[in-house]
Design a binder for this molecule. Sequence first.
Ligand SMILES: [Zn+2]
Length: 68
Amino acid sequence: MQLTPHKLRCPYCDARIRLLIDETAGYQQYIEDCEVCCQPMVVCVEAGFEAGCRVSLTDENEALWTDY
Ligand SMILES: [Zn+2]
């Protein structure tokens, strides 16, 4: 397990968030509360691409929950 810091923005309050992502774990989707506004953000990690790891933050209502 290797944690890599990613800088993102909260979809609710636009605060800058620093998340530690485990890039070796493949596709992940989980809820993390914003440390500023405490709203539940959906963290979506797509690892394994040539370009590296894609991390996106969406608000809970917009997230597309998909089974992989
Ligand atoms: Zn926030």
